[in-house]
Write a new protein. Structure first.
Length: 99
C-alpha cells in the first residue's frame, strides 16, 4: 500500500522544514568542521583554502539554522549553494596532494 500523496502547499513545506529539515543544517556544520580538523591534522597548511571554505560553510549553516526570517534564510541557503559549487569545482576535487 502506498502512502497518501504529500501536500505541496508552500506553508506545509515551510512548516516541515522548520520542524524536521532545519536540523540537517547542524549536521552540515558538524561535517564541514570535521573535515577542517582532518585537513589540518593530516595535511597542514597545504589545505588552507579547504579549511577556509569549510569554515565559512559551517558558519553559514549555523547562521541559517539560527535565523528566523525567511528572506535572510533563503539568502544564506543561496550562499551555501554557490559556495558548494565553488568547493566542488575549485577546492575539494583538485588533485593537489603529493603523497
Amino acid at each position: 500500500m502506498l502512502p497518501p500523496p504529500a501536500s505541496t502547499r508552500t506553508s506545509d513545506l515551510i512548516e516541515d522544514f522548520n520542524s524536521r529539515g532545519k536540523v540537517a543544517l547542524v549536521f552540515f556544520a558538524a561535517y564541514f568542521l570535521g573535515w577542517d580538523i582532518l585537513a589540518v591534522m593530516f595535511w597542514g597548511p597545504r589545505m588552507g583554502l579547504l579549511a577556509v571554505v569549510n569554515l565559512i560553510m559551517a558558519t553559514l549553516s549555523i547562521a541559517a539554522y539560527i535565523v528566523e526570517q525567511p528572506r535572510a534564510r533563503s539568502l544564506l541557503h543561496a550562499a551555501l549553494i554557490v559556495l558548494t559549487i565553488f568547493g566542488m569545482i575549485g577546492v575539494w576535487a583538485t588533485p593537489s596532494l603529493d603523497w
